[in-house]
Design a protein around this ligand. Structure first.
Ligand code: SAH
Ligand code: SF4
Length: 357
């Protein structure tokens, strides 16, 4: 069966070429065409012999995503809605920062974790994305930047789009190896962040990978009762299982971890929770950063509101006074449905309404 050529790591492509009677060094040439010259057809890879071009063309697609919608926000954030070869829709977001361009990628079609505040969890998981489908999101965005002709490149990646990356672990790891490889896009591991809702088992695996990739944990509550209420995954991996996994990660990697904390009005934004958060993190504060995230309202989750500005500031002050590194996330593209999974769920709703009409 034909698959995306972007699914293969450099080593996998080398092996594949040898198995198909080609020379090993062709892998370097192919990757140069794919990731540096960024061609759209195998025919353009003119330094490959015809036989090699043919065997690649017979076995691989050079891209499977189709761009459905591109929305540009006033602040320059661009949201892409892509259609996969089976018709499923996914989202990718491009953000511009002072330090470069960052892309937020999707790892699954929908999400089974079902957090109570999240638009992605509204639609359960349909399937995992292949490594190639995740790489292609970056390639499509990079090709968009290429059209501007200013040699601008994707320099940072956040694995924070639709889906739970640790529920699609192997494909996500191949994706990281592919985009990080110096033969290809060469995006620095330190510029990549993977966010998880807290699949503790996989946090141990990730710590053992020996990578410089950053980890973010979606904590959102400092005690089990509250965390289970807003994230049902906390039943399977309560804090007494999660925090030892985090400690293992910190000890093994000595890398700073980001704790994400969405502030939900009158739910988890009181002084009491700020103080509990301090207690939870104080023994690891030298390697912790708390990212306070103003909640992005989702139509279907109208039980939640965004915290008041004062509540956000008070919460921040408590952390700061107790020596916890923290910041309040600056929002991007709120005028274009940039909250995780929002554009996709709206488009699916629209499509369904069209079908009914
Ligand atoms: N599944 C992973 C990664 C994708 S979600 C995870 O949960 O970590 C990426 C981040 O967006 C998470 O921290 C998630 O909690 C947050 N998020 C989801 N819905 C949001 C909303 N409506 N407003 C603000 N942040 C949201
Ligand atoms: Fe899934 Fe993350 Fe959304 Fe939770 S926040 S439903 S884990 S995508």
């Amino acid at each position: 069966m034909k698959r995306s050529i972007y699914s293969l790591t450099f080593d996998q492509l080398q092996e594949w070429l040898i198995e198909h009677g080609q020379k090993k060094f062709r892998a370097k040439q192919v990757w140069n065409w794919l990731y540096k010259k960024r061609v759209n057809t195998f025919a353009e890879m003119y330094n490959l012999n015809k036989d090699c071009q043919l065997v690649l063309k017979e076995n691989f697609y050079l891209g499977t995503l189709e761009q459905e919608i591109k929305q540009e926000s006033k602040d320059g954030t661009i949201k892409f809605l892509f259609k996969l070869s089976d018709g499923n829709l996914i989202e990718t977001v491009l953000m511009k920062f002072s330090y470069g361009y960052s892309v937020c990628v999707t790892t699954q079609v929908g999400c089974n974790i079902g957090c109570s505040f999240c638009a992605s969890g509204l639609l359960t998981k349909n399937r995992d994305l292949s490594a190639g489908e995740i790489v292609e999101q970056i390639m499509n965005v990079q090709k968009h930047l290429d059209t501007k002709g200013k040699e601008e490149r994707v320099s940072h990646i956040v694995v924070m789009g639709i889906g739970e990356p640790f529920d699609n672990y192997d494909n996500m790891m191949d994706f990281l190896r592919i985009v990080n490889d110096q033969e290809g896009l060469s995006i620095g591991a330190r510029h990549i962040t993977v966010s998880t809702s807290g699949l503790a088992k996989r946090i141990y695996d990730f710590a053992d990978e020996n990578l410089q990739v950053n980890l973010a944990l979606s904590l959102h509550a400092p005690n089990n009762e509250l965390r289970t209420k807003i994230m049902k995954i906390n039943k399977a991996f309560p804090l007494e299982k999660l925090m030892p996994a985090i400690d293992y990660y910190l000890e093994k990697t000595n890398r700073r971890i980001t704790f994400e904390y969405i502030l939900l009005k009158d739910v988890n934004d009181h002084k009491k929770e700020a103080e509990q958060l301090v207690s939870l993190l104080k023994d690891k504060r030298h390697l912790s950063y708390v990212n306070l995230i103003p909640y992005n309202p989702v139509d279907e989750h109208n039980q939640y509101d965004r915290s008041e500005k004062k509540a956000i500031l008070d919460f921040y002050q408590v952390l700061l006074e107790n020596g916890i590194n923290c910041g309040v996330r600056v929002e991007h593209g709120t005028d274009i449905d940039a909250a995780c999974g929002q554009l996709r769920s709206k488009q699916i709703k629209k499509d369904k309404e069209k079908q009914k009409a």
